[in-house]
Write a protein that binds this ligand. Structure first.
Ligand code: DGT
Ligand code: CA
Ligand code: CA
Ligand code: ZN
Length: 568
């Protein structure tokens, strides 16, 4: 049975929870959590990497020991350590520990004092008021727990990268029943996806549902009808599959791609012309006047084709009417990556290997931006090592043909907004990415002043992952993005769209707002390994959702022009 990356990640997360309850050392627990994030975000399945003969210990955060465990899971479908932990610790303690407000200490209390080891057991002690009796379980925690326990599983959202791995495998499987495509928020490339909405054009509608329920990753069949089937996959993600006839394909794709608000705006135009628009087509009376393709429907409505990423009813319909839609940036426009780490700090590959991988992406340049000294855990660079690295880059650049490694740094923004390296060091570099990696909980105006002070240093070219969020794990720090955007514009600093699947930072709304203010962007992968260059597509997705054209993105420029832009 093929094991999906998301499942391996879930196994590591669960093992981490259980080890934490056991009181295992924090270093090991963190290593498992880190491995889970790495696996979950991989651009290919672990299975295909292994099949290609790749050594998993080349991945960031994965040592020999973890690599062996992962290979074992792929081979057997089981994580031995997790199975052993589950045997030792009763019931659903892992799930309980994952609830908000419950650390391992509290879970232990629940278990020791109230004999709670299942979610139902926890519900019971809340209902009967027994939870009050335990020290450390005040009304705030109780409220949080009740809310979390009531929340239906379907409300969970999945990172786009996780949804993508599931979607691609599923579409490949469904293809035997007809032409399959994933619509919904997935096709609009939202940073998180609630469920997958799949359309299959097939003469035999019932065969589509029958094939779906036979898919080996299905955990639960929730509904199974002649044209629509809903299942939950083992990763927890829900899938709605609909069979549609060929002549309705475009109208169905349009309808189920959404967004709902975009659909409503289109329907208003149809109604205004005396027509009707639904998932079966565009109708004048009973006559279908369009519906086989999306293009045909937009055209009939007097609109230019609107890319799925724009379909959020943020003004795109009016622009389509005036033929003024932005020509969105594509992966093919990108000429380089401006945020890259090497094994000089916390990357896994030597500079040369990273440069070769960047060149293999078709790029003309790559900026090496390792961490600065304050990030001691990552062996951040001080001025002396930075100079040595510069000489190494000079040596490598001699060897490359038609490709240039730019000298850069990801310099840490200190608590007061000054930078972690002296200006004299920064002045020697081609590019400086400045990022916040500490003091996430400063008051809003203090945090905003801190960032603006850093941006105002004339050596700073780009602010890295500007809000610091980790999707589903860490909220963005509290910062006044409006002030940051207007400062970026006035000092001529660029903002990063970090393409790491768990970051996607800036998000689409902030990108859109910053573009309207005239800010320019770098779309960067923050690659820590040679595989991570493939994350670029997730950054492009969010850039497109923010309406960016190639003009708005500095790493679409040829090297000479980029150098001019970087000289502030
Ligand atoms: P999600 O799954 O929460 O990430 O977001 P979506 O956009 O995929 O939403 P979903 O799965 O509820 O529905 C898929 C598409 O179907 C949605 O984007 C538009 C269309 N749709 C669903 N319900 C309605 C509705 O009540 N009216 C209209 N006009 N369209 C709807
Ligand atoms: Ca959906
Ligand atoms: Ca849906
Ligand atoms: Zn960073």
């Amino acid at each position: 049975m093929p094991v999906q990356n998301a499942e391996i990640a879930a196994m590591f997360d669960q093992a981490a929870e259980l080890l934490e309850i056991e009181g295992e050392n924090q270093f090991r627990i963190r290593a498992y959590r880190r491995a889970a994030r790495v696996i979950e975000g991989l651009p290919q399945s672990v299975k295909s990497l292994l099949a290609a003969g790749r050594d998993l210990s080349e991945l960031p955060g994965i040592g020999k020991d973890l690599a062996g465990k992962i290979a074992d899971i792929v081979e057997t479908g089981h994580f031995k350590l997790l199975d052993a932990l589950k045997k030792k610790l009763p019931g659903e303690l892992g799930e309980i520990a994952a609830l908000p407000g419950l650390g391992p200490k509290r879970v232990k209390l629940l278990h020791d004092k109230l004999k709670v080891s299942t979610l139902d057991g926890l519900r019971r002690v809340i209902k009967t008021g027994k939870l009050h009796g335990i020290r450390g379980f005040g009304p705030i925690i109780e409220k949080k727990l009740s809310a979390a326990l009531e929340k239906p599983v379907a409300e969970r959202r999945f990172k786009l990268s996780v949804a993508e791995a599931e979607a691609e495998a599923l579409v490949g499987f469904l293809r035997a029943a007809g032409r399959a495509v994933v619509a919904g928020s997935y096709r609009r490339r939202r940073d998180t996806v609630g469920d997958l909405d799949v359309l299959v054009t097939a003469a035999d509608g019932a065969a589509v549902g029958n094939r779906l329920v036979a898919y080996e990753n299905v955990a639960n069949v929730l509904a199974h009808g002649p044209t629509r089937t809903t299942v939950a996959l083992r990763s927890g993600i829900q899938v709605d599959v609909r069979a549609v006839p060929e002549e309705c394909y475009g109208a169905a794709l349009l309808y189920f791609t959404g967004s709902k608000a975009h659909n409503i705006a289109l329907r208003a135009i149809a109604v205004h012309r005396g027509w009707k628009l639904n998932e079966y087509g565009l109708f004048s009376g009973r006559r279908r006047i369009a519906g086989a393709t999306e293009e045909e429907v937009y055209k009939k409505l007097g609109l230019d084709f609107i890319a799925p990423e724009l379909r959020e009813d943020r003004g795109e319909v009016a622009l389509a009417k005036e033929h003024k839609l932005p020509l969105l940036v594509t992966r093919a426009d990108i000429r380089g990556d401006l945020h890259v780490h090497s094994d000089w700090t916390d990357g896994t590959a030597p500079i040369e290997a990273m440069a070769k991988a960047a060149q293999a992406q078709g790029y003309q340049y790559m900026a090496l931006t390792d961490h600065s000294r304050r990030i001691a855990m990552a062996h951040g660079l001080d001025a002396a090592r930075l100079s040595r690295q510069a000489r190494e880059i000079d040596r490598l650049n001699e060897k490359f043909d038609g490709f240039t490694i730019l000298k850069g740094i990801e310099v840490d923004i200190l608590k007061d907004g000054t930078l972690d390296l002296p200006d004299a060091s920064l002045a020697k570099l081609d590019i400086v990415v400045a990022s916040i990696h500490s003091f996430f909980d400063l008051a809003r105006d203090v945090q905003t002043d801190r960032m603006i002070r850093a941006m105002s240093n004339p050596h700073v070219s780009i602010v890295g992952h500007p809000t610091g969020r980790l999707i589903g794990e860490r909220e963005p720090y509290d910062i006044d993005m409006e002030r940051v955007i207007s400062a970026a514009r006035s000092v001529g600093c660029h903002l990063e769209i970090n393409a790491q699947p768990e970051r996607l930072d800036l998000n689409d709304m902030h990108v859109h707002a910053a573009k309207q203010s005239g800010v320019k962007f770098a779309i960067s992968t923050d690659a820590h390994s040679v595989d991570a260059f493939a994350y670029m597509r997730f950054g492009i997705d969010q850039a497109r959702r923010g309406w960016l054209t190639a003009e708005d993105v500095i790493n679409t420029r040829p090297l000479a022009e980029l150098r001019r832009i970087l000289r502030r």
